[in-house]
Design a protein around this ligand. Structure first.
Ligand code: ADP
Ligand code: TRP
Length: 355
């Protein structure tokens, strides 16, 4: 199935809650756009093994996996144009992860910021899977010799580690087997959390942090109305100044101000992305911002943008057999590719018996 002239592009998303506008802005919009680009052969998958490293309920997980596939289809990902599958249907991912574990220094994983953040968020469940998470991610990418990885900014460090692991493998075994993967970012690679704008919007920060793509207009309005912004409606900092300020020690007052500025810029970003650049410029030109008018406008732009998605999702939820077929045919196609890679890997690393 893989055409040699095309570059392999691969990415995954965890089934750990409903997908939100941060996922869309940072990664999923690129997935949909790139599936029709003739330069790439696209593979997208549901990273269910990864999601086991955070607390979860098994019955809920089952629903989340199914619903995530529905979401991907409702967004317009088309199994005729890209390979859509679920990670745990391809057991080889766990096998390659183990092989990569034997090549990856612990110290490299200790540096991973996601591990540090998540360890803080789930103090009672700092499991080995959470630590090893980026190695499994490298296995996901390299299993299909992925060269391009469309993700949000928070995942760049993991893609860099994937490059290191590919290099360790190639050097250790004296081969040029795995390529060097590069992240592909969108213009806005990080959307900020609605209620805590100094952090990225994330499912793990709770319902109030994000707008799910499937949120109905009344919910979107409520969430945007309670978004943290500054009080006087004046923009005094750029995104870059905020990011720079965050790298230095700050006082409580400084942090509050920064938070207000990050919030106001986040609101403008939403208008720019889901309304238009002109609309956003107009608002910036008419400071101070009038939140009473602006917030309902932004809420309308966001809900209108995803109206078609919501409709398609409702339709697909009523057709579970069609969705199941996507899982089945995707698994079959991905399995064949993974089997080919692993046959060669086992030979290279010396665990294949002689004929
Ligand atoms: P979450 O952090 O909400 O659990 P995931 O880890 O499942 O989201 O992320 C799926 C994809 O969406 C990844 O490529 C990730 O980089 C991207 N992403 C997640 N949150 C954001 C955000 N706030 N801004 C931009 N991209 C994001
Ligand atoms: N770690 C990614 C996230 O949290 C999900 C993921 C798992 C992934 N494996 C991947 C992304 C491989 C890109 C490529 O969003």
């Amino acid at each position: 199935m893989i055409n040699n002239k095309q570059k392999i592009l691969i990415s995954g998303v965890q089934p750990s809650g409903r997908i939100h506008i941060g996922n869309w802005v940072g990664a999923l919009q690129n997935w949909v756009r790139l599936q029709t680009n003739p330069d790439y052969q696209c593979l997208f998958f549901i990273a269910d093994y990864h999601s086991l490293s955070s607390d979860y309920d098994p019955a809920e997980k089952r629903e989340q996996i199914f619903e995530l596939m529905v979401d991907l289809l409702a967004l317009g990902l088309d199994p005729e144009k890209c390979l859509l599958f679920r990670q745990s249907d391809i057991l080889e991912h766990a096998e390659l992860c183990w092989i990569f574990n034997t090549l990856t220094p612990m110290a490299f994983l200790e540096r991973m910021t996601q591990f540090k953040d998540k360890s803080g968020e789930q103090e009672k469940n700092i499991n080995v899977g959470l630590f090893d998470y980026p190695v499994l991610q490298a296995a996901d990418i390299l299993m299909y010799r992925g060269e391009f990885v469309p993700v949000g900014r928070d995942q760049v460090q993991h893609v860099e580690l994937t490059r290191d692991i590919a290099r360790f493998f190639n050097n250790k075994y004296g081969v040029q087997f795995f390529p060097e993967a590069k992240p592909l970012l969108t213009n806005v690679s990080k959307l900020r959390s609605l209620n805590d704008p100094l952090k990225k919007m994330s499912k793990s920060l709770g319902e109030k942090s994000y707008i799910a793509l499937s949120d109905e207009p009344d919910v979107v309005l409520k969430k945007i109305k309670s978004m943290v912004t500054n009080t006087d409606g004046l923009i005094t900092m750029t995104e870059k100044e905020i990011e720079d300020a965050l790298t230095r020690p700050i006082t409580k007052k400084g942090e509050e101000e920064l938070c207000g500025q990050a919030g106001i810029l986040n609101l403008i970003t939403l208008l720019r992305l889901f309304g238009s650049a002109e609309e956003a410029e107009q608002v910036i030109a008419n400071q101070p911002l009038k939140y009473g008018e602006l917030k309902p406008l932004v809420a309308k732009r966001v809900s209108d943008y995803f109206a078609e998605f919501r409709e398609r999702k409702t339709e697909l939820m009523a057709k579970p057999h069609e969705v199941k077929e996507v899982f089945e045919s995707g698994a079959e196609r991905a399995r064949a590719l993974a089997a080919e890679t692993m046959k060669e890997v086992r030979e290279i690393i010396g665990i294949t018996l002689k004929d």
